[in-house]
Design a protein around this ligand. Sequence first.
Ligand SMILES: C[S@@+](CC[C@H](N)C(=O)[O-])C[C@H]1O[C@@H](n2cnc3c(N)ncnc32)[C@H](O)[C@@H]1O
Length: 380
Amino acid sequence: MSDSSLMNGENGLKKVTSLLPTNGGNGSYSYFKNSYYQRISAIFEHKKISEEIAEKFDVEDLSLSKAIRIADLGCATGPNTIMNMLNIVEAIKQKYEANKCPAIPSTRPEFQLFFNDLVTNDFNTLFKSLPEDRDYFVAGVPGSFLDRIFPESSLHFVYTSHSLHWLFKLPAELEEENSPAWNKGRVHYTNAPDDVADAYKSQFCEEVRKFLDARAKELVGGGMLVIIMSGTPVDLPLSSTANGKMFEFMASTLMEMVREGLIKESQVDSFNLPLYQSASPEEIVDIVERNGCFSIERLELSKPSSWLKGAAVDVPAWMMHARAAMEGNFIKHFGSNEVVDEVFKRLTKKHLDHSELLPQWCNQDVQLFIVLKRKKIISM
Ligand SMILES: C[S@@+](CC[C@H](N)C(=O)[O-])C[C@H]1O[C@@H](n2cnc3c(N)ncnc32)[C@H](O)[C@@H]1O
């Protein structure tokens, strides 16, 4: 696996990101094979996206440019991104069909789909899995979506799912042993002192601010931005959610392994996962309003229990999903595949031992669905 903390190569270049890519390829621990839960939670929002497009996507204006340009930011290796993009294409086609002028059928737009992720993402696996027979154009766009990655006013629709809650950088305070935000014995801010949670929160707000600044430049006036990401009601402690419990169990597993001499305590103290999972609707409204370039069209929280539709969480499969998304962080920090095997084996057992509590942990509002529209750009 390549070292994504050195985004520009080897030889001591400046560390710019805490993020490591999801597992590439299509082997047993790959994201390609282990992203079913992200898939069903995105499918849960498909109908709402189609409704928003039918009602608010300004096709008449936008089709003047002939090609509708859509980007998925944080696409990973597939297959979810393709399905999610095609849902958007289909909804825009339907909107177009419903609105088109029968006298000029040749103005039917073409579609260009952009797949973005970090430069270290395994784009090959994604592009190899695209259907050969397709009626849209594709392009890969490597780079951090916190920066500008497209020309000004060039996109009509931007989509991102399960990506914006990943922090590009860990807050610097977490890495300072004398700081009040030194996160001893934990791997995340779940159950941590306020200083730790506050450090995560301000890093997240700063990153979302940058994300919106870049999208405000890249989207045309009337263009839409759909975000699916983790979130919680403002007063819900993360420790009462399934993800919060997983972080708690990760910490207790690692501390057990410290006691057994398998890893060092200092390694656990300095290990933190770059994920912010408790953005509240109020927090999002505040950041969007400060940005000022977008109107909020829809903002909702949903529960895993609703998109699981009564099916029980398959614990081993869920742990494989967590591994496919996070393994890189563990291997880089603990330096051995054996440690990671042991962590996830124990983590799976801990969850199975508590499986009767899983339905309760999943019955919380933890997925944010956000639809924004770029305000019209008035040229002087
Ligand atoms: C859990 S995957 C989600 C993939 C896909 N959207 C899905 O729903 O299955 C999160 C992806 O976001 C990407 N990501 C996170 N932060 C990013 C950033 N700042 N710029 C580009 N990609 C980023 C990660 O590299 C990873 O591939």
